[in-house]
Design a protein around this ligand. Structure first.
Ligand SMILES: Nc1ncnc2c1ncn2[C@@H]1O[C@H](COP(=O)(O)OP(=O)(O)OP(=O)(O)O)[C@@H](O)[C@H]1O
Length: 285
C-alpha cells in the first residue's frame, strides 16, 4: 500500500429514508498498519468494513486511495458451484495468475489452513469451519495490499486461527494494511496500531502504542547480528515490544507471539543472516 486510504465525510444509510448508520466519518488508513474496529452490536462495524473494502458504496462522501483489496465477509456465500480448489483457482486467474500458478497457489493456501483434504469437495458440501477456511484462503491468495477481515476467525479451528494471525503479521510486515473486527477481545491483543470505535454513527480513532506493555502472549528471541547495528530492514513494520542489546552484537527482542514467525524469517533471511540463539515465550502481566 503506497498511500492512505481516506474516507471523507462518509455517510451510509440503507434505503432512501432509512436511519443513518454512519455519518460524517473522516478516517485515514495508513500503509502497513493494523486497525481493530470495535463497537456494540448493530453499531455499524460491518457497514464500515464493507465501505472500506469497496463492497458497498457510501450514500454520501468520498472514499479514495483504495489499493488492491481483499475481504473476508461476516457471512461467506459458500453454496457456490465450485470445488474449493476450483473456486480458488478461478479467483487466482481473475487476479492475473496463469492457470498452473493459480492451481499451485490454491493448493498451498488450502494446505496452509489445514483444508487440503477438502480441496476437491464441492463448496456447498463443506462444513461451516471448512468453508470459512476457503473464505480466508480466497482473501490471502492474491497477497492483497489491503485486507479487511469481518469476524474472519469465527468458526476456524485453533491451528487455522493461529495461522490467520500469522498471515496478518506477514501482510503488515510487507507494508500492507489490515482492518479487522473480532468478537474476541484478546484477538491480536496488544498488536493493533489503531483502534476504531463505532458509536452513535461516528468512528472514534485512537492510536495504540505497541511499545507499551502489550497484552497477550509474547515471544522472546535472542539473536546475534552486527554490533551496535540496526535490525534488518524487513523488521521495520513489526510491533517490537522490547529490543535490548544485552552484550555487543547480541540482542533480546520481544514481539507479540503472532509476529514471531515474521521476525524469525526477517532475521534469518537478512544479508548477512542473523544467528538465532534462542526462542522462548514470555509470561505477560
Ligand atoms: N443490507 C442492509 N439493509 C438494511 N439495513 C442494514 C443492512 N446492513 C446493515 N443494516 C443495519 O445497519 C445497522 C448496522 O449494522 P452492521 O451489521 O453494520 O452492525 P455491526 O456493528 O457490524 O453489528 P454486529 O456486531 O451485530 O455484527 C443495523 O441496524 C443493521 O440492521
Amino acid at each position: 500500500m503506497q498511500r492512505d486510504l481516506r474516507l471523507d465525510n462518509v455517510g451510509r444509510r440503507y434505503g432512501l429514508r432509512g436511519p443513518w448508520v454512519l455519518r460524517a466519518v473522516n478516517l485515514a488508513i495508513a500503509p502497513g498498519t493494523l486497525t481493530r474496529v470495535e463497537g456494540a452490536n448493530g453499531t455499524g462495524k460491518s457497514t464500515l468494513l464493507r465501505l472500506l473494502a469497496g463492497i458497498d458504496a457510501p450514500t454520501e462522501g468520498r472514499i479514495t486511495g483504495r489499493p488492491r483489496t481483499a475481504y473476508v465477509p461476516e457471512r461467506f456465500p459458500s453454496a457456490l458451484p465450485f470445488t474449493a480448489v476450483g473456486y480458488l483457482t478461478h479467483l487466482g486467474t481473475v487476479h492475473g495468475l496463469s492457470r498452473a500458478s493459480a492451481t499451485r497457489a490454491a493448493h498451498a493456501c488450502l494446505e496452509r489452513f489445514g483444508a487440503a483434504a477438502y480441496a476437491r469437495t464441492p463448496m456447498a458440501q463443506l462444513s461451516k469451519g471448512s468453508s470459512q477456511k476457503v473464505a480466508v484462503a480466497q482473501a490471502l491468495l492474491a497477497e492483497p495490499e489491503f485486507l479487511v477481515l469481518d469476524e474472519a476467525w469465527t468458526g476456524l479451528d485453533e491451528d487455522a486461527r493461529a495461522e490467520l494471525e500469522r498471515a496478518v503479521a506477514e501482510r503488515t510486515a510487507v507494508g500492507a494494511s489490515v482492518v479487522f473486527v473480532d468478537h474476541d477481545p484478546s484477538r491480536l491483543a496488544g498488536v493493533p496500531d489503531v483502534i476504531c470505535t463505532v458509536r452513535d454513527g461516528g468512528v472514534n480513532r485512537r492510536t495504540e502504542h505497541p511499545t507499551s506493555p502489550a497484552a497477550g502472549p509474547r515471544t522472546v528471541v535472542v539473536a546475534q547480528g552486527p554490533r551496535g547495528g540496526a535490525l534488518p530492514a524487513e523488521t521495520a513494520g513489526l510491533p517490537l515490544t522490547t529490543l535490548e542489546e544485552t552484550t555487543a552484537g547480541t540482542y533480546r527482542i520481544t514481539v507479540p507471539a503472532s509476529h514471531s514467525d515474521v521476525l524469525l524469517r526477517a532475521l534469518l533471511m537478512s544479508r548477512p543472516p542473523w544467528h538465532v540463539v534462542a526462542v522462548g515465550s514470555e509470561e505477560t502481566p
